[in-house]
Structures are given as structure tokens and as C-alpha cells.
Design a protein around this ligand. Structure first.
Ligand code: FES
Length: 160
């Protein structure tokens, strides 16, 4: 069962929002600042923002969904990214994604219920010679085979 968490605007965030309220491009700037604070943009905060800067909630969600950078769900403690660029795709990225889904029970753009992992697909990360490539946080894994994944992922369980 998912535990509901309270997300409230800090005084510092309110000051920032008030300072940007009337400026051009304010929505993007404010959403960046919110994501910096929470790691994503909680719905509760988006609703409060809508009220504070008098911008319809639908417009805020229009921006959140247009820019992939913004996250609407709390990310896991670790981000597991599978490269789906051409070289990695040709070398079996699809099989890696399938096995990640199989092991973690979640797909691309989802997070595990225990809050440990978020799964992402990324474009070429510049290590094509090592394809297929996957990263967990800042660590790069090359020549990844589906059979290696259980062991790799187990290293990160419970690791902060
Ligand atoms: S295509 Fe995956 S690292 Fe380049």
C-alpha cells in the first residue's frame, strides 16, 4: 500500500515563487526549483502553485508533461537507465529492458513500490563501444546481459 506523504512549500520556496510570480518564463523556473526541492513535482504542490500564481492547474500539467525533464512521481533511491540508442538497441537493449521489468516488476518511467529503483530509457550516452549499456546512478555497466542483471541490481538494494 502506498503511504501518502505531505508535501508543503517551505518559506524559502514561497519567497522564490513570490519573487518570480510576475516575471516572464516564471512557470518553468518555479517548477525547476520545486523539483530541486522534492526530487519531483508533487500534485499537492502543483495545486498550491496554481493557486499562488493564479495559473490554471491544466497549464501547469501541460508544462510538466511536455518537458520530459520534469518528474511527476517520486523517483526511487536509485535510477536504473537502459540505453536505447541505435548501437545498444542492435546489441540487445530490448532483452535488458525485459529482464529489468521481470526482476523489478516495473517498466520504463516507473518506480518500484519499495522506493528503491526508478527505471528509465535513455538515448545514447556515448559509450556505444560497450553496448548494450545500462547505468545505475552514476555507474556505467557495459556489455550487459540479461543474466547479469539480478546480481547487478542486488548490489544496490538497500544501498543509499
Ligand atoms: S547507443 Fe547506447 S551508448 Fe551509444
Amino acid at each position: 500500500m502506498e503511504i501518502q506523504q505531505e508535501f508543503t512549500l517551505s518559506d524559502e520556496l514561497i519567497t522564490f515563487i513570490d519573487a518570480w510570480k510576475e516575471k516572464r518564463g516564471n512557470l518553468i523556473m518555479i517548477l525547476h526549483r520545486i523539483q530541486q526541492e522534492f526530487g519531483f513535482v508533487p500534485r499537492q504542490v502543483a495545486i498550491e502553485l496554481s493557486r499562488r500564481i493564479d495559473v490554471p492547474l491544466a497549464k501547469i500539467y501541460g508544462v510538466l508533461t511536455f518537458y520530459h525533464y520534469f518528474k511527476q512521481k517520486k523517483p526511487g533511491r536509485h535510477t536504473l537507465s537502459v540505453c536505447t540508442g541505435t548501437a545498444c538497441y542492435l546489441k540487445g537493449a530490448h532483452g535488458v529492458i525485459q529482464e529489468v521489468e521481470n526482476l523489478l516488476g516495473v517498466g520504463i518511467k516507473e518506480s518500484t513500490d519499495d522506493g528503491e529503483f526508478s527505471v528509465e530509457a535513455v538515448r545514447c550516452i556515448g559509450c556505444c563501444g560497450l553496448s548494450p549499456v545500462m547505468t545505475i546512478d552514476e555507474e556505467v555497466f557495459g556489455g550487459v546481459k540479461p543474466d547479469d542483471l539480478a546480481e547487478i541490481i542486488s548490489r544496490y538494494h538497500g544501498k543509499s
